[in-house]
Design a protein around this ligand. Structure first.
Ligand code: HEC
Length: 122
């Protein structure tokens, strides 16, 4: 019973993670690596994003906009990520990520879950 209940809690999360992976691969992976220790590409590596400082990939040279956010000590979580992806430039004016947010709220939630949830790459 317990295991069944745990599965019921876990499965929708896993499904969201898979959906998020598909969106990530289509819309983000061309610029962002997400395997721990992989070198950054055109954008920073996003492995271990949950709880990581904004601007926290030490191998990546960020814009002044993200350097300033880093100095404020902000950290990523799923809520911040969803808000960021709805309009990245509005959150960090001068960002170098351009118009690469996600228009659909469902896509934003799925990608946030994929990048910060229990099955996220560390
Ligand atoms: C065309 C390349 C490109 C695409 C596509 C792209 N990004 Fe980015 N992303 C960047 C760059 C470049 C930065 C660093 C921006 C800066 O320094 O201002 C960045 C920064 C970020 C950050 C902040 C990371 C940190 O270390 O604080 C997150 C989170 C992020 N992107 C998520 C995403 C997600 C999720 C997607 C897909 C929906 C995506 N990006 C699509 C280029 C891209």
């Amino acid at each position: 019973m317990r295991a069944a209940a745990a599965l019921l809690v876990l499965l929708p999360g896993l499904a969201m993670g898979q959906e998020g992976r598909a969106v990530f691969e289509a819309r983000c992976a061309s610029c962002h690596a997400m395997e721990a220790g992989a070198p950054p590409g055109p954008g920073p590596n996003l492995a271990g994003l949950a709880g990581r400082r904004v601007g926290g990939d030490q191998a990546f040279g960020y814009s002044p906009a993200l350097e300033a956010a880093r100095a404020e000590g902000r950290t990523w979580d799923s809520a911040l990520l969803e808000r960021f992806l709805s309009d990245p430039d509005a959150m960090f004016p001068g960002l170098w990520m351009g118009e690469n947010g996600l228009r659909e709220a469902g896509d934003r939630a799925a990608v946030a879950r994929f990048l910060t949830g229990p099955t996220a790459p560390r």
